[in-house]
Design a protein around this ligand. Structure first.
Ligand code: DHK
Length: 144
C-alpha cells in the first residue's frame, strides 16, 4: 500500500515568494508542493495551507482519523502559541516532522520556543524551501 503523507502549512505561507524574501526566499507554495510531490515518489500526498487555526486542527484530526501514515507540518506562527494545534498533534500516533523554512533559533526570540517541537518526532529548520523535500525523504525513511 502506498504511504499517505499529509503536508500541512499554517498562516501566511500562502504569501511565500513575495513574503520577506530575505527570510523565506523566492520559492512559492505551489513550487514547494511540486517539490514535495516529486520527492514523495508513489506515496500519496495531501498538501494544504490555511490561515486559520481551527482549520489546521481539523486537518490534523482528519489525518488522525483518515489513517495518514505521517504528518509534515509547518505551523508557521502557530508553532509558538497554539495549544489547540499542540493538543491535536498529541492525538496523532504516527511520525510528525515539524518544518520551518527559516532557522527559527537564529531569529527574534519570539520564534525560539515551538510548542509543536514538544510532540514532533523531529524538527527541520533553516534549509529554506528545500527543507520540505528533505522532510519528505526523511518521512519515507521513517516509514520504511
Ligand atoms: C514561518 C512563519 O510564518 C513564522 O511565523 C515562523 C516559519 C517561521 C518558517 O520559517 O517557515 O516562525
Amino acid at each position: 500500500m502506498p504511504r499517505a503523507i499529509h503536508v500541512l502549512n499554517g498562516p501566511n505561507l500562502n504569501r511565500l515568494g513575495k513574503r520577506e524574501p530575505e527570510v523565506y526566499g523566492h520559492t512559492t507554495l505551489a513550487e514547494i508542493e511540486a517539490m514535495c510531490r516529486s520527492a514523495a515518489g508513489d506515496a500519496e500526498v495531501a498538501f494544504r495551507q490555511t490561515n486559520y487555526e481551527g482549520q489546521l486542527v481539523e486537518w490534523i484530526h482528519e489525518a488522525t482519523d483518515g489513517g495518514a501514515d505521517g504528518i509534515i507540518i509547518n505551523p508557521a506562527g502557530l508553532s509558538f502559541q497554539s495549544i489547540p494545534v499542540l493538543d491535536a498533534l498529541k492525538m496523532f500516533p504516527r511520525p510528525i516532522l515539524e518544518l520551518h523554512i527559516s532557522n527559527i533559533h537564529r531569529r527574534d526570540p519570539i520564534y525560539h520556543r515551538s510548542l509543536v517541537s514538544t510532540v514532533a518526532t523531529a524538527v527541520i529548520a533553516g534549509l529554506g524551501a528545500r527543507g520540505y523535500a528533505t522532510a519528505m525523504r526523511a518521512m519515507l525513511e521513517l516509514l520504511e
